[in-house]
Design a protein around this ligand. Structure first.
Ligand code: NAD
Ligand code: UDP
Ligand code: UDP
Length: 308
């Protein structure tokens, strides 16, 4: 079962699992994902789609759960912040209850946002983070922190087999063009001849992981030994300022006009994963460099937006 399987990462993961021979049940309420992301899978003999909001109970028989359901872009998760917290907390309780009843292994797509605006750099899993509990990002940050708490308490209290992945900024084909995240924004803006919107002075950093690499890490984590619970960072350590990213995109696509916009409150100043654990425990590290991943992403959006 893949909750959030109609979203950006979930649609890639679903294809990967089908290719590996699994039966896949996608559960999604289309809050930030779309049917079109998985349109090509309809009719596949091992694929099933259920429209369902994970904040409500769900009774199905499964043996592995990838729990990805949750809007991930600030624009989407801040549009209905109460629903975001409910999705993180009630959604995780229902998925954990389902795993408890069925004995399924369950993986949480957590996030580097649990580190907040980090005082430790790069971020390693032992760092507890620096999160504002009452800001506009809190519905997501604290929601995911509580989801992690629930996963570890179901593990300790009920012996559930859990896996917690802390995912760092991931990008690639099937991001929604209006998703609001920086890579999709810059690529869509450049392709449609608009100025690239730089929030603040553009000196804040992020580390961008291509989606194929990330999915590979999620599958390795799910397949790891039962004593590997995480939390484990999955991301690409290559760190870039938003100005550098904007320059990379315009080198690929053309254009080059930038427009400054205010920096949103609580926007983390820097972010870079320490992936020593993923290397040691999962034998995983990203392979796709930013230039190559951006190129593939640009190709995808060219087709999707029908621009030359
Ligand atoms: P996305 O918004 O494209 O996908 C999320 C999917 O979950 C969507 O299809 C959405 O409709 C679905 N969903 C949301 N609320 C739901 C609910 N209540 N019930 C059922 N379905 C629901 O985002 P994504 O980038 O694919 O992220 C997937 C997961 O990975 C999320 O949990 C996110 O927090 C996590 N993550 C992503 C990134 C990233 O950079 N992409 C980074 C860190 C963590
Ligand atoms: N739940 C679910 N599917 C199941 C089993 C449980 O959605 O197959 C939900 C159920 O509604 C409950 C939640 O998961 O509210 C937590 O289940 P758990 O067994 O941990 O708690 P309890 O039922 O004892 O409150
Ligand atoms: N950002 C930007 N222009 C945009 C969208 C985002 O400069 O059009 C910045 C944003 O302020 C943040 C970084 O890019 O510093 C990454 O933003 P995103 O929403 O992609 O991810 P997150 O902040 O959740 O890591």
């Amino acid at each position: 079962m893949v909750t959030g399987g109609a979203g950006f990462i979930g649609s890639h993961l679903t294809r990967r699992l089908l290719d590996a021979g699994h039966e896949v049940l996608v559960v999604d309420n289309f809050y930030s994902g779309t049917r079109s992301n998985i349109e090509d899978l309809h009719g596949h003999p091992r694929f099933e789609l259920l429209r369902h909001d994970v904040t409500f109970p769900l009774y199905v028989e499964v043996d592995e759960i990838y729990h990805l359901a949750c809007p991930a872009s600030p624009v989407f998760y801040q549009r209905d912040p109460v629903q975001t917290t409910k999705t993180c907390v009630h959604g995780s309780i229902n998925v954990l209850g389902l795993a408890k009843r069925t004995g399924a292994k369950v993986l949480l797509a957590s996030t580097s946002e649990v580190y907040g605006d980090p005082a430790v750099h790069p971020q390693e899993e032992s760092y507890w983070g620096n999160v504002n509990p009452i800001g506009i990002r809190s519905c997501y940050d604290e929601g995911k922190r509580c989801a992690e708490t629930l996963f570890f308490d179901y593990h300790r209290q009920h012996g559930l087999r859990i896996k917690v992945a802390r995912i760092f900024n991931t990008y690639g084909p099937y991001m929604a063009p209006d998703d609001g995240r920086v890579v999709s924004n810059f690529v869509v803006q450049a392709l449609t001849g608009k100025a690239l919107t730089i929030y603040g002075d553009g000196s804040q950093t992020r580390s961008f992981c291509y989606v194929d690499d990330l999915v590979d890490g999620l599958v390795r984590l799910m397949d790891s030994a039962d004593d590997v619970t995480g939390p484990i960072n999955l991301g690409n350590p290559g760190e870039f300022t938003m100005l550098e990213l904007a320059e990379r995109v315009t080198e690929l696509v053309g254009g080059g006009e930038f427009r400054r916009e205010p920096l949103p409150p609580d926007d983390p100043v820097r972010r870079q994963p320490d992936i020593s654990q993923a290397r040691d425990v999962l034998g995983w590290e990203p392979k796709v460099a930013l230039a190559e991943g951006l190129d593939r992403t640009v190709q995808y959006f060219r087709g999707r937006l029908d621009v030359p």
